[in-house]
Design a protein around this ligand. Structure first.
Ligand code: GDP
Ligand code: MN
Length: 389
């Protein structure tokens, strides 16, 4: 689960991390009032969306006057902001963060991630911070410093000082950076984060360090015990199909292919996506209807999958253990009756009551394409896509 920059900064401020003064708003007059309140002519206007790279897309602007604060806010609110991370359709900007402008001398990068290979929270730091850290990691990996944290000990002071020295900080800055890293680590652990990133960590004109941009994302599976973080969830930033699916007890993840998938069980859903890819196709989604899928659940699954305009065909792959193939078949027929479904449906049924399921589909008169096994199903999906191309 992701949160906005202004929320992350608020959270980190509570842990003692130095962040610029600022407030969020969705209104132009307010933006000017905030800038005035902050006491300067200059101010930074920052679009709040759950995607990075905003600087490159025109979503971060330094205003030299209150008129410019007004102008930039007016331009940003309501725009579809396109950045290297949003895809070409961009993201609707509904709010901006208005902050005190800082005089930046140098930009560093500081992040915490969970390294799955070592199973440890790892500090990542670089002297080449700012807008191109992904580039630096690719072309100049030596400029990116990594330090794994022992979970029993936590992030040790000597580790922080070592990292700080390696990215070129000196004197007082080293203990300042160490304090900041420990605050970030504490927040990361206490809030069940998966990622925390400060980019840029700026060195200001007076030598002080400040988090000018901050991003955190959290483990959705731990949010039941983190109500203060759960509150920060912004449904507008999430795929509406995924939000709806959660409400119906379905696990749905939108992808960018054209083969809709309706499957029971996460493992089988993964195998189904693999099989489609193996046959040269591209899945439009991951969807696990779970065990004991009622006809209503199957109907909801169809409705959600078909909200994606890229879907050209649907593959239903059911291996019924707790489920029963006859229920699933009834759900399929019901969905065909209730919904205006014009794409072909390939169905593979196996397991409990399979001998009752297939006849229900046949008797319905709808043109289901029946498959004997998963490989056969993917082959039929590809043949059907080719025939209609
Ligand atoms: P991102 O592109 O989405 O990661 O947005 P950032 O918040 O990191 O902003 C991008 C860039 O804008 C930063 O690397 C800075 O160079 C610049 N920037 C951000 N805040 C300020 C500020 O207060 N003053 C100045 N002069 N530049 C800023
Ligand atoms: Mn940034």
């Amino acid at each position: 689960m992701n949160i906005h920059e202004y929320q992350t900064k608020e959270l980190l401020r509570g842990y003692g991390v130095a962040v610029p003064d600022g407030r969020v708003t969705h209104n132009v007059d307010n933006a000017v009032a905030i800038a005035e309140d902050l006491g300067g002519e200059r101010g930074v206007v920052k679009a709040q969306i759950h995607a990075g790279g905003r600087g490159k897309g025109g979503g971060v602007k330094v205003a030299e006057s209150l008129d410019e604060v007004r102008q930039f806010t007016d331009e940003m609110i309501g725009m579809q902001l396109v950045t290297p991370q949003t895809g070409e359709e961009g993201r609707l900007v509904q709010r901006v963060l208005v902050e005190q402008a800082c005089d930046i001398k140098k930009e560093y990068y500081l992040g915490l991630v969970i390294d799955r290979a070592t199973q440890r929270i790892t500090v990542i730091a670089s002297a080449s911070g700012g807008m191109n850290i992904e580039e630096v990691a690719k072309t100049d990996p030596d400029r990116v410093i990594r330090e794994a944290v022992d979970p029993a000990i936590g992030l040790a002071g000597f580790q922080c000082r070592k990292i700080a020295a390696k990215i070129g900080l000196r004197g007082q800055q080293i203990s300042e950076a160490a304090k900041l890293m420990q605050a970030l680590y504490k927040c990361f652990r206490e809030k069940d984060a998966l990622l925390a990133e400060i980019n840029p960590l700026a060195e200001l004109g007076d030598g002080k360090l400040m988090a000018l941009d901050a991003k955190m994302s959290f483990d959705s599976n731990a949010m039941y015990r983190r109500p203060t973080i759960t509150e920060l969830r912004d449904f507008d930033e999430e795929d509406s199909k995924e939000v709806e699916a959660t409400g119906h007890g379905l696990n749905y993840i939108a992808l960018d292919g054209n083969v809709g998938c309706i499957v029971n069980g996460a493992g089988l859903a993964m195998a189904t996506m693999d099989s489609i890819s193996f046959h040269g196709g591209k899945p439009a989604n991951f969807l696990d209807v779970g065990g004991g899928a009622s006809p209503e659940k199957v109907g909801n699954a169809f409705r959600i999958v078909l909200q994606d305009p890229n879907v050209k065909i649907i593959l239903v792959n059911i291996f019924a253990g707790i489920n029963r193939c006859d229920w699933i078949a009834e759900g399929l027929v019901q969905a065909m009756r209730d919904q205006d479904i014009s794409v072909p449906i390939v169905v593979r049924l196996a397991g409990t009551n399979v001998e009752k399921g297939a006849p229900i589909l046949e008797a319905s008169g709808f043109p289901f394409i029946m498959a004997d096994n998963l490989d056969d199903a993917s082959t039929k999906v590809m043949a059907s896509l080719e025939a209609s191309a």
